[in-house]
Design a protein around this ligand. Structure first.
Ligand SMILES: NC(=O)c1ccc[n+]([C@@H]2O[C@H](COP(=O)([O-])OP(=O)(O)OC[C@H]3O[C@@H](n4cnc5c(N)ncnc54)[C@H](OP(=O)(O)O)[C@@H]3O)[C@@H](O)[C@H]2O)c1
Length: 266
């Protein structure tokens, strides 16, 4: 499952999770290393929150470390373990990729939101200038909200089950991007050019729709971040109403390229 034989030169990409048994990142990255002929191996490590600080202190001395990937529940806490946080990760206040510099410094970034934008653009769906509705302000949703503002949407409406979280996020974004009208909203998709579902609704059979699908208008880009199932009930409803359905997988595949670039492994 590696790019080739593991030798003393092979760099190690560690993906930190808790628990780790469900993650697909080692398979995804080892396949990418193989395809690109990169002499690196990806492994998942299960680290509990109380052990994160000690791990990060020790990791600074790991000279053939190829980089660190981060997922639930560590993305926010690990930002405080980095020596520098760059790009949108500073606003999002969460990190999902870390590069170790030759002097041991750890530089963190976040590719979740920018991966979503790149995934859209790769399919020829540019969010710039569109009125956008985002439903859900969890880890994925927050990152996408910042990235949509950064991409220059014409308006950003944020809906969330717990409305106070949408209001807080809208106020934070408005203070950094005063040129983007951003506000908390109901999840009504009528009149939007881009509608994004960043809730888990659609992962399990019998889930309610995350928004009133009868209000979807033809031509609207309806994007999921759920990867499994690949065609959620929302995407099915969107297609049947003449919308453009954008699945969750491109967000992940775009991030692989961005992470390899950031880690200077590419
Ligand atoms: N494609 C990718 O690369 C990618 C990346 C990240 C995540 N994801 C996927 O995105 C989904 C969300 O992940 P996450 O990490 O952002 O989750 P999360 O942090 O747990 O956030 C969940 C969000 O959905 C809302 N929500 C949860 N249950 C709901 C319900 N029954 N009705 C209405 N709203 C509900 C929550 O609202 P409250 O604030 O009210 O709790 C919150 O805003 C998951 O399916 C995950 O696998 C995909």
């Amino acid at each position: 499952m590696t790019a080739g034989e593991i030798t003393g030169n092979t760099r190690v990409y560690v993906h930190i999770a808790h628990p780790s048994s469900h993650v697909r990142t080692p398979q995804t990255f080892n396949a990418a290393f193989r395809e690109r002929g990169i002499d690196a191996v990806a492994v998942s490590i299960d680290v509990a929150p109380e052990d994160l600080h000690a791990l990060m202190a020790g990791i600074r001395g790991w000279r053939n470390l190829g980089g660190i990937g981060v997922t639930i529940p560590h993305k926010q806490a690990i930002a405080h373990e980095c020596d520098e946080v760059v790009g949108l990760a500073r606003q999002i206040k969460a990190v999902n990729a870390i590069r170790r510099e030759p002097d041991g410094r750890l530089i963190g970034t976040n590719t979740d939101g920018s991966g979503f934008i790149q995934g859209l653009r790769r399919e020829g769906r540019d969010p710039t200038g569109l009125r956008a509705l985002l439903v859900g302000t969890g880890g994925g949703g927050r990152s996408i909200a910042w990235a949509l503002a950064d991409a220059g949407v014409a308006e950003l409406a944020i809906a969330n089950r717990t409305r106070a979280r949408a209001e807080e996020l809208a106020a934070e974004i408005a203070s950094v991007y005063p040129g983007v009208p951003v506000h908390a909203a109901d999840p009504d998709p009528a009149g939007f050019g881009l509608v994004v579902n960043a809730t888990p609704l659609g992962m399990h059979e019998g889930d309610p729709q995350p928004l009133p699908v009868e209000r979807l208008e033809p031509g609207t880009i309806v994007a999921e971040i759920i990867m499994s199932p690949p065609r959620t009930p929302l995407l099915a409803a969107a297609e049947s109403r003449g919308c453009v359905a954008h699945p969750g997988l491109p967000m992940l595949t775009s991030q692989v390229d961005m992470v390899l670039d950031f880690l200077r492994l590419a």
